[in-house]
Design a protein around this ligand. Structure first.
Ligand code: FES
Ligand code: FES
Length: 152
């Protein structure tokens, strides 16, 4: 049986009818047309489905949509302009196919909020839950470092 879930999505109050088994990434894509978060592994291992719920990054493939009731949900689509992290990823060409990029962008924002001047080791550790099948890791590290400088 479906139930109504109400939450804030990228600054706007929204509601959706969701089934108990539906995940947040499924609802964001199917009900709201937000395709930044992608399901890849479906097991919480790759970071492609990263969504921020009440300020914490979660694996959208494991997070049941019903749990988002009353929450503040943010996706990579939030805002009409690129932020420093997105600019840095573009400037450093830190992607090839781009499938993993929204997850990396959201996790990088979280990283820089907690560690404004991260070491390379901290970057690697913090982003270790995000996988890039195109192996653009060197460029991603550079992009994170550039984003940190841009935000100072
Ligand atoms: S699809 Fe969710 S972590 Fe891989
Ligand atoms: S750019 Fe292709 S998976 Fe990361």
């Amino acid at each position: 049986m479906r139930r109504t879930v109400r939450f804030t999505l990228n600054g706007e109050r929204v509601e959706a009818q969701v089934a108990p088994h539906e995940t947040l990434v499924e609802v964001l894509r199917d009900a709201f047309g937000l395709y930044g978060a992608r399901e890849s592994c479906g097991q919480g291992l790759c970071g492609c489905c990263t969504i921020v719920v009440d300020g914490t990054a979660v694996s959208g493939c494991l997070y049941l949509a019903t749990l988002a009731d009353g929450a503040n949900v943010q996706t990579v689509e939030e805002g009409s302009e690129l932020d420093a992290v997105q600019e840095a990823f573009i400037e450093r060409a830190a992607f090839q196919c781009g499938f993993c990029t929204p997850g990396f962008v959201l996790m990088t924002r979280q990283l820089l909020a907690e560690h404004p001047d991260p070491s390379e080791e901290e970057i690697r550790h913090y982003l270790s839950g995000n996988l890039c099948r195109c192996a653009t890791y060197p460029e991603i590290i550079e992009a994170v470092q550039l984003a940190a400088r841009k935000r100072r």
